[in-house]
Structure formats: C-alpha cells, structure tokens
Design a protein around this ligand. Structure first.
Ligand code: SAM
Ligand code: DTB
Ligand code: SF4
Length: 332
C-alpha cells in the first residue's frame, strides 16, 4: 500500500503533466513497482446487455437515441444468453465480467432482471461489474445485497469540459452516483475518455476529481475515444501517443493503489504504445473481441502481446492462459 493523498491541487497535477516524459514515466513506474507486480495485468471482459435507444446525449456514444449511428437497438438480453457469454469469457481467461446497459438509469423492475445475471456470473467464479447509469442509494444497496463486486460509472472528462460532452445530465449527477456506490460498499470503477477535444488542463482536472474523491476509485479506466460515425465527436483529433501515456502515468502517481485500466481504443494502439502504457502504470485491460458496441483486439492477439511482454507469466492466471497460449503458438 502507498500513502493516499486526496487533496491534490490542480497546479501540482499540471506540473506532473509537464515533466520531461522520461522523468514522468520513471516516477510513475517506480510507484507502480512498489505497489503492484509490474508484470501482471488484470483482464476483464465486457458484454452489452441492453443496446441503444438511450435518452442521454453523450457526444461520444453509439447508443444515444439523439444520433443516427446505424446501431441496431436491442432490449435487455435473456439471462441464459448472458451466462453463455460469461462462460465463454471465463474460458478465455477473463477474471471479471462487466455487463453494460444503455440506460440513463435502471428502473427497479429492470434492476430485478439484472440481479440474477450478477448472481449467475458470480457463481461461475468470476468477479462481477455492471454499468447501468445513475443509481439511487437504495438501488446501490440492492446491488450490494446481490453480491456485486464493482460498479462502473465514469466521470468521462473534466467538470469544466463536461457540458461540451453531455447536456442531459450534470457532472454532479455522476459524483452523486459514485457516492451512492461507495456508501453501499461496492468497489468503484470510474475513469474517463481522452480525445473529446479536451485540453491538458482538462485531463489534469479530470484526474484531480477522481484522485480527490474521499476514497480513490478501486479501478480507473482510461479510454481513448473510439470515434463513432454519426456522433458529434466522430472527427475530433485524437491525443498524441505521448499525451495518452502521460495521462496513464499521472493517474498512476495520483492514485497509487488503484488499478488503472487501458480501456477502449486499443485497436488504434500498437504494441509499443501499449507496452509504454503498462510501463507507466496501466495494469488492466478489456479482453475479448468486443467492447460494448465496437471492436477490441482479439483474445489471441492479446495473449501474443502478453507473451511478448512477459506479462502474467508468474501469477496463477498463467494456468488460465495455458490452453490459449498453446493455440496461439500453434496458429501463429
Ligand atoms: N449508460 C451507462 C453510463 O453511461 O454510465 C453505462 C454504459 S456507457 C456506454 C459506459 C462508458 O463507456 C461511458 O461512460 C464512456 O466512458 C465509455 N464509452 C462509451 N462510448 C465510448 C466511445 N465511443 N469511446 C470510448 N469510450 C466510450
Ligand atoms: C469503460 O470505461 N469503458 C468500457 C466500460 N467502461 C463499460 C466501455 C467502452 C465502450 C467503447 C465504445 C463501445 O464499444 O460502444
Ligand atoms: Fe447512454 Fe451511457 Fe451512451 Fe451516455 S454513455 S448515451 S448514458 S449508454
């Protein structure tokens, strides 16, 4: 464990962003090694259990009803189908299964349908995570009673840039849900997206909001925007590779005990960039061919990446990967 600080000043964080790249990475990696095994990366798989027709207007999202993204709407999946997908993810080596729904917030009736999914996935021996939109404190307690391990709810960007990204809710709404999740004693997973026209100061401010929460999120996903045709952000200029890696490094320094997830956007990242992100302190990925509605690297490619980088060779996930490693070796 590392000393936790949650009174970070914006200037202190900006100063980290402005450090020479090598110094910043060295600092982040040194902290990373003190807390975590630097060659271990946690793997989570994602499943969208309800697709599209979302009333929110998040400018990055394929599932908002406000934009014509060509996405086919699907109502809540049946539990049998969900558990089948979860078993596939488990067989491929995922240790956590995260279910997402395109809701502004779940109704109590829909939450009742998600609960057996959580229980079913847990019974398979995987950790569970759901991302269902805004929650009331009572709904958060219901999820806790169902045995939920993690709730994902991203703040997405800085409080200053938030209204340029979403107009149908406020930054404070996100913080309120995070508070409800924390109070229900569910592990918090919260992070953001880079590549939505934000400045470096916005990135610093977003990380400041996460790092100054009363308790740091257990898990911090850093997504690179996957540009979706038909959304307002389809043509926004992405950050440079070093800007992205810097954000991972600063997240690691500010939140030393949190797992930092290199999340959406990995299809656009080469082996070298992902390796730098792992060096800078990322120690989790989304694993499996699909994110929610867009593609992710194949499990076989990720296993090859891990093999080349010597990741997960020493821990017990090696057992889970053994079969697939063999397949990769035979087919590559
Ligand atoms: N509706 C719920 C919500 O918004 O909290 C849960 C699902 S939502 C799709 C989960 C998260 O996925 C968003 O908060 C955002 O951070 C991320 N996300 C969505 N679309 C993305 C995109 N095109 N590129 C990168 N990340 C994206
Ligand atoms: C997170 O931070 N990233 C994931 C998960 N939490 C739910 C979602 C990424 C979505 C990428 C775009 C898509 O596939 O629709
Ligand atoms: Fe809806 Fe979530 Fe997409 Fe926003 S990010 S439009 S809330 S599914």
């Amino acid at each position: 464990m590392f000393e936790i600080k949650n009174d970070w000043k914006l200037d202190e964080i900006r100063a980290l962003f402005e450090m020479p790249f090598n110094d910043l990475l060295f600092k982040a990696h040194s902290i990373h090694r003190e807390v975590f095994d630097p060659n271990q990366v946690q793997v989570s798989s994602l499943l969208n259990i309800k697709t599209g027709a979302c009333p929110e207007d998040c400018s990055y999202c394929s599932q908002s009803s406000k934009y014509d993204t060509g996405l086919e709407r699907e109502s809540l999946m049946e539990i049998e189908q969900v558990l089948k997908k979860a078993q596939i993810a488990k067989d491929k080596g995922a240790s956590r299964f995260c279910m997402g729904a395109a809701w502004r917030n779940p109704t109590d009736k829909s939450l009742d349908k998600v609960i057996p999914m959580i229980q079913g996935v847990k019974a398979m021996g995987m950790e569970t995570c759901v991302t269902l939109g805004m929650l009331t404190p009572k709904q958060a307690s219901t999820l806790k009673e169902a045995g939920l391990d993690y709730y994902n709810h991203n703040i997405d960007t800085s409080k200053e840039h938030y209204s340029n990204v979403v107009s149908t809710r406020h930054f404070q709404d996100r913080l309120d849900t995070l508070e409800a999740v924390k109070n229900a004693d569910i592990n918090v997973c919260s992070g953001g997206i880079l590549g939505m026209g934000e400045t470096e100061v916005d990135r610093a401010s977003m990380l400041q909001s996460l790092a100054n929460l009363e308790k740091h999120p257990d898990s911090v996903p850093i997504n690179l925007l996957v540009p979706i045709p038909g959304t307002p952000f389809e043509n926004v200029k992405p950050p440079s590779e070093s800007e992205f890696v810097r954000t991972i490094a600063v997240a690691r320094i500010l939140m030393p005990n949190s797992v930092v997830r290199l999340s959406a956007g990995r299809l656009e990242m080469g082996e070298g960039m992902q390796a730098l992100c792992f060096f800078a302190g990322a120690n989790s990925i989304f694993y499996g061919e699909q994110l929610l509605t867009t593609d992710n690297p194949t499990a076989a490619n990720d296993l090859l990446l891990f093999k080349r980088l010597g990741i997960n060779r020493k821990d017990n996930q090696r057992l889970l990967f053994q079969d697939l490693e063999l397949k990769v070796t035979l087919t590559s």
